[in-house]
Design a protein around this ligand. Structure first.
Ligand SMILES: [Zn+2]
Length: 364
């Protein structure tokens, strides 16, 4: 839910964050737009607008002259005034993107990570990648921070990667803290799928209902958007969707249980039977809908997007056919609107949200 952290104080207060949230949501606005959306007084809004203009975050974009009433100054967000770097840390690759204040992705690059990479290896790769993106220009001064979307299990609250599946060197690693000190920038650490669903929520705007992002990339995870915000759970480790059991006598999984969705899916995919793999995933998605009653299911991840049409068709078929009342329980199924950039872009958007946003502001 709304997190008014110390970061917001750098914008000198909650009111400024509110005005920025309106600006990021609508692009151009007038003083009255902000008054209506926030309940702040016109005087308070004028003060905030003056400060944000002086800080270079918004600018005047002309004057609107209504037939009745006084002319009104129109303001607009300056997207290029601030940026964030987003990183998608997968088992074999590191994807980095540069995202501006309006959520536009400007740069995307993938580099390989060594099998079973260490925390040190990841830090070096992050630094080299960030230097490559920001080198040779003055971006560094406009960088708000770095968002890391990482493989779990992961403790978002304490910034710890806890025994990431399939990576031996990642036992309770305080990644947020060491990355902040190594990179010299604020770092936001979250599970890959939670970053991904944040990106989808940005893209859809205020009308985005309860949703899940299902990612297939080496493993399977699920990121959740519930009640207008990312849902992380009691220990901030929600999303281990791939480790829900679908076959009691199934094969042994990396999590040491038998018959998890992930291992049953991966066996089919490794045997080249993508159609069966997609049907296995679809069973998991319907289980999720029965549990959570979601409005949107977004499919993502490199392994899934490589066969996007097959997965989309299988999940749609299962969602709409498996004895569910489609007239009543409508669920929209789609492929990620940001493709392979979804996780990294969402990680960057989380940084921007933390600094400049009141994410659950009412729709405008
Ligand atoms: Zn498992």
């Amino acid at each position: 839910m709304t997190r008014i952290t110390a970061d917001v104080s750098f914008l000198r207060g909650y009111n400024q964050a509110l005005v920025m949230a309106v600006g990021r949501r609508v692009g151009t606005f007038e003083r009255s737009t902000v008054v209506d959306a926030t309940g702040l007084t016109p005087q308070a809004v004028s003060k905030v607008i003056a400060r944000l203009t002086a800080d270079g975050l918004i600018r005047s974009a002309g004057v609107r002259r209504p037939t009745v009433g006084k002319p009104a100054v129109v303001y607009e967000l300056i997207p290029e005034s601030r940026y964030a770097i987003g990183a998608h840390v997968a088992r074999r690759t590191l994807r980095l993107v540069l995202v501006d204040l309006a959520g536009t992705v400007h740069h995307s690059a993938v580099s390989p990570l060594a099998a079973d990479f260490t925390p040190e290896h990841l830090l070096h790769a992050l630094k080299a990648g960030i230097d490559a993106i920001t080198g040779g220009n003055d971006l560094r001064g406009r960088l708000t921070g770095v968002g890391l979307g990482m493989i779990g299990p992961l403790d978002h609250e304490h910034g710890l990667v806890r025994d990431a599946h399939g990576l031996r060197h990642w036992h309770d690693v305080p990644l947020r803290e060491v990355a902040e000190s190594y990179l010299g920038l604020p770092v936001h650490l979250d599970k890959d799928v939670t970053a991904g669903i944040t990106a989808e929520a940005w893209r859809h705007g205020g009308a985005f209902g309860d949703a899940a992002l299902i990612m297939v990339e080496s493993g399977i995870g699920g990121g959740f958007w519930l009640g207008g915000a990312a849902h992380r759970g009691a220990h901030t480790n929600a999303g281990e969707f791939g480790h829900t059991v679908v076959d009691l006598d199934g094969p042994l999984c990396v999590c040491r249980r038998h018959g998890c969705l992930e291992i049953v899916h991966n066996r089919a995919a490794e045997a080249g039977d993508i159609s069966r793999a997609a049907r296995v995933l679809a069973v998991g998605v319907v289980n999720l809908l029965q549990t959570l009653d979601l409005a949107h299911v977004v499919l993502a991840g490199a392994d899934l997007l490589r066969h996007g049409d097959t997965y989309l068709a299988a999940v749609e078929r299962a969602v709409h056919a498996d004895g569910r009342r489609g007239d009543w329980l409508a669920t929209d199924v789609s492929l990620s609107s940001l493709g392979a950039d979804a996780i990294a872009a969402g990680a960057a958007m989380q940084v921007l949200d933390e600094h400049y946003g009141i994410p659950d502001l009412a729709p405008l």
